[in-house]
Design a protein. Structure first.
Lengths: 240, 242
């Protein structure tokens, strides 16, 4: 794909205004909720386009309108701030492989980083983990940044049709059918990690079984509720 | 004996303004990020001179411009406040032994302290640990404050050409080729210590190998990202307070 092939809304068009605010608020939420430190990024697919909006080499906690960048799935620059994040292939390769995914979060969440170097994996011990397989989130085994399409594709293979993957000695990548869902899952994955860690100190939790996980679908039904809550916790940092 | 301050700019000189501002900010960052308690200090080399500026017997979180002090590598007072930190030799001896180093932090970081007294080592299990060797930072075994040049030289020898050294039952000393890099390393060392602690409760974590650590060098590439972020956090904390 060449940069000129993009036929979607221009970076500065009013059409993208709402999505831009959503990506910024999503980044600020991950910072406010203690998930990201100086690194990580959130992306949103431009509807019906092979293109995405993310933050351009800035801490999620410092995300702002003038720090957003529009890229196509080959990493071609389509507008906004420069330079693109080094790990743009995380977003582009996952979105290309998964038409259902509208948003991707990549963080160095402490709890994901922890379980990424442990043998037993991060398994659901709470109903918040409905979006995870019973055996836990898969782990992308290669160390290092995802700065190439080859590595991005390998990560997408590890994620497969799942909602989250851990990246060994690195963090996680979490996807959603909306920005709200990707954020909710990212926050809940951290919660599940902390919970599993605390329970392990006591000898290990009684993890949920496959049948039990299937009995409810809180993940799909309620992303609007926590989104509203997370926004309220941003206070004056929230962008309109 | 007073030092020879010929050709050395003063703390308040225009040419040192940026460095001294950064030095003060770096102390406030270490405090705000929960690395320092009432103790610890940061030093910056005076460019082109055998001298450094640090904080004069005050908590990093409380430091103000009038509490900066300049000393030469023998500990002679050159400028500013008159009560040097007891452990000035940490800075003088490391800066003397390592000409490429611009800044040194000495803290009593909880996570450095815990691994300074354990048989297990603090080792990189996340790429934030890229700046460390695969077997982790060395431990300086001499217990007690580093108040003499002899002990300062021992500490510098334990540090070797590395980025950090743990100090047994005491804390750490972390160096950087800029204040920003020193801050990045000090904060990430604490993070790695916490993550090592958490992981070890589960058994043996899978550490990064020397080959894997070679894959990239986040430490060199990104010191400004953390710096910018930590300053933003300080700004927001102050806004809430005022």
């Amino acid at each position: 794909m060449a940069a000129g092939d993009y036929k979607g809304p221009a970076f500065d068009s009013s059409e993208l205004q709402e999505l831009k605010a959503k990506v910024i608020n999503a980044c600020l939420i991950l910072d406010r909720e203690g998930i990201t430190d100086g690194f990580g990024h959130v992306s949103a697919r431009i509807p019906e386009q092979a293109a995405l909006l993310t933050i351009a080499q800035v801490s999620p906690g410092c995300a702002a309108l003038d720090k957003l960048v529009l890229l196509d799935f080959d990493g071609n620059y389509l507008g906004g701030a420069k330079p693109a994040p080094y790990e743009w292939p995380i977003h582009a390769c996952i979105m290309r492989a998964r038409p259902d995914v509208m948003s991707v979060c990549h963080t160095h969440s402490k709890w994901s980083a922890l379980f990424s170097v442990l043998k037993k994996g991060l398994r659901p011990a709470h109903m918040y983990g409905r979006f995870l397989p019973v055996g836990g989130a898969p782990i992308y085994p290669d160390a290092g940044l995802i700065t190439s399409v080859e590595r991005g594709n390998a990560l997408a293979v590890t994620l497969k049709d799942g909602a989250a993957t851990l990246l060994r000695a690195h963090g996680d990548a979490v996807v959603g059918a909306s920005v709200e869902q990707a954020i909710l899952r990212t926050v809940q994955l951290a919660f599940l990690g902390e919970l599993a860690h605390l329970a392990a100190v006591h000898g290990g939790p009684d993890y949920l079984t496959e049948a039990e996980l299937a009995t409810f679908a809180g993940d799909r039904s309620f992303p609007a509720r926590p989104w509203e809550y997370f926004l309220s916790r941003l206070g004056e940092r929230r962008v309109a | 004996m007073a030092g020879d301050r010929k050709d050395v700019p003063t703390i308040d000189s225009a040419e040192l303004k940026e460095l001294t501002d950064k030095l003060i900010t770096s102390c406030h960052i270490l405090d705000h990020e929960g690395i320092t308690d009432g103790y610890g200090h940061v030093a910056v080399r005076v460019p082109g001179a055998e001298a450094f500026i640090t904080i004069a017997n005050i908590s990093p979180g409380s430091v103000t411009r009038d509490r900066l002090i300049m000393q030469d590598f023998a500990g002679n007072h050159l400028d500013g406040a008159t009560t040097p930190p007891n452990e000035w030799p940490i800075h003088a001896c490391i800066l003397k032994a390592r000409p490429e180093i611009v800044s040194v932090a000495h803290t009593h970081s909880k996570w450095s302290t815990i691994f300074s007294v354990l048989p297990v080592k603090l080792k990189p299990l996340h790429h934030y640990g890229k700046f460390l060797s695969a077997d982790g930072p060395p431990v300086y075994e001499g217990v007690g404050l580093v108040r003499t040049i002899e002990r300062g030289n021992d500490l510098a020898a334990a540090l070797g050409d590395g980025p950090a050294v743990l100090m047994r039952a005491h804390g750490d000393a972390v160096v950087g080729e800029s204040i920003e890099q020193m801050i990045e390393r000090t904060t990430r060392l604490a993070m790695l210590g916490e993550w090592n602690h958490l992981a070890l409760l589960h058994g043996q974590p899978k550490y990064l190998s020397a080959e894997e650590l070679e894959v990239y060098n986040a430490d060199q590439k990104f010191p400004l990202r953390g710096w910018e972020y930590f300053i933003d956090r300080l700004r927001r904390a102050r806004t809430r307070m005022e």
